[in-house]
Design a protein around this ligand. Structure first.
Ligand code: NDP
Length: 284
């Protein structure tokens, strides 16, 4: 039976470190602020936004929520982004995705000031991640890296396989593993013989979006298995991309869903917001 990586515990520690640092900044008169913008009534997005507000409260940031109606125009949303870009109380701006269909995510993200883009989605920040010279961490992949670190596993020289090549998870994940000198392979829907590739992995990260697709026969004995997936199973229950029950007896470490990668994403968002705030106030 694998060791189960406790994402809740690791994320609680990350947030506690941020809370302590935020308290010290407050004592110097410095406050950190995160603006969260949500457009429309998507229930999943509302839960994510609530969780982000709660996390701000936990670490001691000011959070400013802007809930806009579904019919908000691009011009109106860009005007709000512009206002937040120029608001000194706001260190980080997060526009909750996906936006309603009539709004273009790319146009909105590209208008957030890169030094306030705490999701690290702006092309400037994406480029910085590529060259390994970044201040903002891509939240979910950075959370995965913290979880791997918590196992004490050395990444350098290891076979690392990432399943998924999205701009939000797969690609930046591969970059972070590469920066740590892993030998990295990225798989996707056109990969031939996925099992043969994933079975080589000492570290396997699944970011596919297909419930329980990765069964034990995709996994090398003793691998570290990180499950980014957030899916619903046939009973409507939250589950990952990894078939936990079959893989847990083959992996050395495995993340559960829920309670694995999910809590880390928000913790990393808090870390980026702290970084932005310190930068804006000239704190080293
Ligand atoms: P995308 O749908 O953008 O990307 C999925 C990737 O999986 C694509 O690259 C796709 O390949 C690949 N893929 C799909 N089917 C297969 C297959 N049969 N074999 C191999 N590869 C395949 O998803 P995201 O990256 O945004 O998210 C992935 C999962 O992670 C989702 O379940 C999402 O909910 C979850 N997630 C969780 C987060 C968290 O905080 N825990 C945060 C973000 C996402 P191709 O490019 O060829 O189409």
């Amino acid at each position: 039976m694998a060791n189960i990586i406790d994402g809740k515990a690791v994320s609680a520690q990350v947030k506690e470190d941020i809370r302590v640092e935020t308290e010290k900044l407050k004592a110097q008169g410095i406050e950190i602020g995160l603006a969260v913008v949500i457009v429309g009534n998507d229930p999943a997005s509302q839960v994510y936004v609530r969780n982000k507000e709660k996390a701000c409260e936990t670490v001691g940031f000011n959070s400013y929520k802007y809930a806009l109606p579904e019919e908000t125009t691009e011009q109106e949303l860009l005007a709000l982004v512009d206002k937040l870009n120029n608001d000194d109380k706001v260190d980080g701006i997060l526009v909750q995705l996906p936006l309603p269909k009539h709004l273009d995510d790319k146009i909105i993200i590209n208008n957030i000031r890169p030094d306030k883009d705490v999701d690290a989605f702006h092309p400037v920040n994406v480029g910085k991640i590529m060259i390994g010279d970044y201040s903002f961490l891509p939240c979910t992949p950075a959370g995965v890296m913290e979880l791997i670190k918590s196992t004490g596993t050395e990444i350098a020289g290891k076979e690392c396989v990432v399943i998924g090549r999205s701009n939000i998870v797969g690609k930046p994940q591969a970059m972070l593993l590469l920066h740590q000198s892993g030998t990295v392979t990225i798989c996707h829907s056109k990969t031939k013989d996925l099992k043969a590739v994933t079975s080589r992995a000492d570290i396997l990260v699944a970011a596919v979006g297909r419930a329980k697709m990765i069964t034990a026969d995709y996994v090398k004995q003793g691998a570290v298995v990180i499950d980014v997936g957030m899916n619903r199973d046939e009973n409507g229950k939250l589950c990952g991309d990894v078939d936990f029950e079959s893989v847990k007896d083959k992996a050395s470490y495995i993340t559960p869903v829920p309670g694995g990668v999910g809590p880390m994403t928000i913790a990393m968002l808090m870390k980026n917001t702290l970084t932005a705030g310190k930068d804006h106030h000239g704190v080293k």
